[in-house]
Structure formats: C-alpha cells, structure tokens
Design a protein around this ligand. Sequence first.
Ligand SMILES: [Zn+2]
Length: 148
Amino acid sequence: MTISEHFTLKELSFSEAAARLGLDNTPGRIVVANLALVAAAMEKIRTLLGDRPIAVHSGYRSAEVNRAVGGVVTSAHCHGLACDFVCPAFGTPAEVALAILKSDIEYDQLILEYGWVHVGLAQVGLLSRREALTKRSKLAAYESGIRS
Ligand SMILES: [Zn+2]
C-alpha cells in the first residue's frame, strides 16, 4: 500500500527487530493516519534532497518493538510520527540533517543520530517545536543543534 508517491506503508512500518524477534508491528488506524503525515513530510524532504532515493531504517514501532530495541518510552516512533532514514546519494546524515535544518520543512524534532537522521512530527493539534539535536552514540546525551 502506497501512502505517498515514493513511500509505502510497508516500509514505514517494517521493523527488522520485530521480524527477528517475532513481535507484532502492525499499525492501527490512527498510526496509519500518522504515517501518512510522515510520508508527506518525507516527500518534501526527498524533494529538498534533489529527488534522490531515501532508505527508511525505521518508522512505526509498536510499544513492544520499541522496548525490544531500547527506544525512548515517549518515542514519536510509537505513534507512527517519526522516521529514521538516510539518503546516501545526497550525502552523509550530517549533510542531510543540515539541509533539513536550513529548509522551511516543518518538523517537531530533527535529530542527527549515529548513522541516520530522525525526523519526528508533532501529534495532530500540537505545535511543532522545531527542535534540532545531535546524538553521537547510543549512550551519548542529546546535544542541542546539528553538530557534525
Ligand atoms: Zn528515530
């Protein structure tokens, strides 16, 4: 099921960890609606990055899957409101994050993580914080701004 021109529900709700551990990661109706918002934001990002292919690492994560991967309890991924991705044809995750930072694309959180970029959207009806952070490793604290 395609939920935007270049993104499918399957890739935005696929979880390698869920597949490996046999956990359910089927999105419910609200999550599917949220993932459509994420797909729309990802289309804008794709255009910003010169229409180059984007590889999604992680979108929706059920609470169970999120626990299994050690995700933050309040993670936007659990609501289907976040996407971790790379766009190697455009550049490094730092270059991708900086391009988004400089754009007028709306996001709640933009995080340069250790190997990918996280874009999170605000829950419907809430204002986007437009917060930019860097996380250099799994155990590192979040630093403010995009720092390569
Ligand atoms: Zn993420």
